[in-house]
Design a protein around this ligand. Sequence first.
Ligand SMILES: N[C@@H](CCC(=O)N[C@@H](CS)C(=O)NCC(=O)O)C(=O)O
Length: 253
Amino acid sequence: MKLIDNPLSPYAMKVRMILYEKGIEFEKQETHTKQQMQDLKRVNPRAEVPALVDGDHTIYDSKVIAEYLEETHPEPALLPKDAASRAECRTLELLADTELDAAVIAFSMFKFFRPELAEQRPKELQNAVDAVRGHFASLDRRLAGRSYFLGEFSRADLAFVPHLGACGFLGLAPGDDTPHLAAWMARVNERESVARTTQEAIASISVKHDDPAFDSNHLHWRSDRIEQLLRIGMGAWLLEELENGRGFLPPAR
Ligand SMILES: N[C@@H](CCC(=O)N[C@@H](CS)C(=O)NCC(=O)O)C(=O)O
């Protein structure tokens, strides 16, 4: 089995953690350069990581990969047993992959990718911070009285880890005002799968590549991330970015 990924992608991180949790042997094919991202298009027409190659089968989108791994390697189970809880688990994973990811990416524009925006657009920065904090508060309420999102550890926990971990990296970790979420974060960070994936992400930051795939002057924009920029008042900025070639959309079919 081969995972085509990048150790910094939250979606690839989720899949790596699932593979480690399930003890599945796999080969990593990391995409660090523009050429590798171009090559990825043959496997995933959206040219996004992660993608999984298992024999003759190619699977992409982290949720689809996660479902495939659950079906082919059911133990240890990362989905709850009953149908209603499974639905809740999938809904939480969707929330992490869509709205939470989009809120964190919008915030990261001010804190990481385009730091000059913080001074230029304080109102929009505040909107971006409020959106992330809104997620923290609602996740904190869900976790009250529970060790994990569904009581027992599940894929929902793994789906949230990379996005919330990124918040910490960006200087906005869940704190004392969201104690259940902060305690959950400390709990999941102790898992081997999470610690290992986080280490791999940190190690990859310092490695420099010629012609790097992820270039902060040429950013990938799609789906919910665009919706979030519109919501916080950055729609005109995004259009300018696309017009100036500082942003791009996934390839059309
Ligand atoms: N819905 C997809 C989203 C994957 C995605 O957005 N991947 C980003 C990295 S986080 C990517 O590969 N972007 C392409 C690029 O930056 O060129 C999934 O769940 O796998």
